[in-house]
Design a protein. Structure first.
Length: 298
């Protein structure tokens, strides 16, 4: 699947050079799928599932992935305070504008789901449907505390086997379902070899944005923005061992959005690997339903 995509670059509203990938071709009657990654992650998180969906035998569709500013191949921002979901939402709007895309299904993992909430507020006509991967409008403080702690303690591995083992030691209890091949992809999506060193593929200044969070208090929520999904097809994917998205939050999401679909992923935590098990087929089926809905509305 190495040749499944083409690289793109575009200018953010403030001129920063940003990067993305486009998998597959535009398809008549198939709404494009936009994949938005987690806090420190990048396009590589979606490579396998994006390739599978763009080449699906029955419902192929174009898939777009983005590296946020300060992640992957996008430029780092000299002002770390710009690493926030509001700025990043506007970056995504700019990226889609550069591609001429004005309507898409959004698949957001973790932070990507938070950005999707913001898009529902600032650019609602962009959203044809929403898939939230282990994220909701309310985040469990303890889960975010855990993420912050392991990011702050992160050290550069010396070899790829060490990188894989480090991630397995850190996340293994929450992800007993992963295979050796899964762990290899997991690590290679996080790290990049640069000038002979294997290092996390993001601007370390990103951690400054989390310095003043009080994890002993309820975190700000996005319920108001979540309610804007009311008329959209909505799929929530939750890892059964997730520390970030609680069952109680999913229950409240279901109460507010009666048509919401939920997939619980056994043996995985935050956030499920979307290329594993039946997830690609379930995502493909959900997106195909949105195609029919959009065609009916046209």
């Amino acid at each position: 699947m190495a040749e499944a995509y083409r690289e793109i670059s575009f200018d953010a509203p403030d001129g920063l050079k940003l990067h993305g990938r486009v998998y597959g071709l535009e398809r008549a009657g198939a709404v494009p799928l936009v994949c938005l990654a987690g806090l420190t992650r990048n396009s590589r998180d979606f490579h396998e599932v994006a390739a599978l969906l763009s080449q699906h035998p029955d419902t192929p569709r174009q898939v777009i992935t983005f590296d946020y500013r300060g992640r992957g191949l996008s430029a780092y921002d000299r002002d770390w305070s710009h690493y926030n979901i509001g700025v990043e939402a506007n970056d995504i709007i700019a990226g889609l504008g550069s591609l001429g895309i004005d309507r898409a299904i959004f698949l957001g993992t973790s932070r990507g789901g938070l950005i999707t909430h913001i898009l529902a507020s600032v650019a609602p006509t962009l959203l044809a449907g929403v898939i939230l991967n282990d994220i909701g409008p309310e985040i469990a403080p303890e889960g975010l505390r855990q993420i912050t702690q392991y990011l702050r303690k992160s050290r550069n591995p010396r070899t790829w086997p060490e990188a894989i083992e480090r991630q397995r030691n850190l996340h293994g209890p929450a992800f007993p379902a992963l295979t050796e091949a899964d762990w290899m992809r997991f690590a290679r999506a996080i790290y990049r070899r640069q000038r002979g060193t294997i290092r996390p593929d993001y601007d370390l200044n990103l951690l400054k944005t989390m310095a003043n969070i009080d994890f002993d208090k309820k975190l700000p929520d996005l319920w108001e923005q979540f309610d804007l999904f009311e008329k959209l097809a909505l799929l929530v994917i939750r890892g059964e061992n997730s520390s970030l998205l609680t069952p109680e939050t999913v229950l409240e999401m279901s109460r507010r959005h009666r048509a919401m679909q939920v997939i619980n992923v056994a043996g995985q935590g935050h956030a499920p690997l979307l290329e594993t098990g039946r997830l690609p087929e379930l995502i493909a089926a959900f997106a195909a339903g949105i195609d029919l809905r959009e065609t009916a509305l046209a």
